[in-house]
Design a protein around this ligand. Structure first.
Ligand code: MLT
Length: 204
């Protein structure tokens, strides 16, 4: 069943069959939409409820979750504002669909706002799988991430996210108390079969 949005975020909600499993919050990359990650979500967490919003910023015709100044250079003020809007949407959707706190599954731009959610509004997420995320803030705010699990999957050949930057994000989240698993795969910015296997294992 797909529900229509009453919140400002266009989104898809697919109720799960596994009541015990945490729902997944799917956050697409630049130019994607609310349908992009549904197949990945179904594959990675069979039976989980899926909540998938569309980013509200347009870069040309490409939806994103927040503005950037250039490729790899994030507009931090816009990111802060959009992070709070997304967190408010998650809270509304949880009440509306009767959901436990979701685990975010974000790719690229979606992974970056998921990392920002962990830093600014950690209470709205149970944890996060961040695929090709970068450090969203030059000076990351302190957050209490005790009890949160984070999977960070980076590409060793990623032309957008430098290895040191991904490592810095992993260190920030671990310093804040998250249980971080960081793997660097021999791939670029795009997703690979290896991502799907690791994601599935981590979510199981
Ligand atoms: C971003 O702007 O979030 C990053 O540059 C990743 C991307 O969307 O290409």
């Amino acid at each position: 069943m797909h529900a229509a949005a009453t919140t400002p975020f266009i989104h898809v909600f697919e109720p799960g069959t596994d009541a015990a499993g945490a729902p997944l919050l799917l956050l697409h990359g630049t130019g994607g939409n609310e349908r992009d990650l549904l197949p990945l979500g179904r594959m990675a967490a069979p039976g989980a409820s899926l909540l998938s919003p569309r980013g509200q910023v347009l870069e040309g015709t490409m939806p994103r979750f927040f503005r950037r100044l250039s490729e790899g250079v994030l507009d931090e003020d816009d990111l802060r504002r959009r992070t709070h809007e997304l967190a408010d949407f998650i809270e509304e959707a949880r009440a509306r669909y009767d959901l436990a706190p979701p685990t975010a599954l974000g790719f690229s731009n979606g992974a970056n706002i998921a990392a920002s959610l962990l830093l600014l509004r950690p209470e709205v997420l149970a944890g996060a799988a961040l695929l090709r995320a970068m450090s969203p803030y030059a000076q990351p705010p302190k957050a209490d991430l005790a009890g949160k699990r984070v999977l960070l999957l980076s590409g060793g050949l990623d032309p957008i996210v430098a290895e040191e930057d991904a490592a810095r994000l992993a260190a920030t989240l671990a310093d804040d108390g998250a249980a971080v698993e960081h793997r660097t795969l021999p791939v670029g910015h795009g997703l690979s079969q290896a991502d799907v296997g690791l994601l599935r294992g981590w979510l199981a």
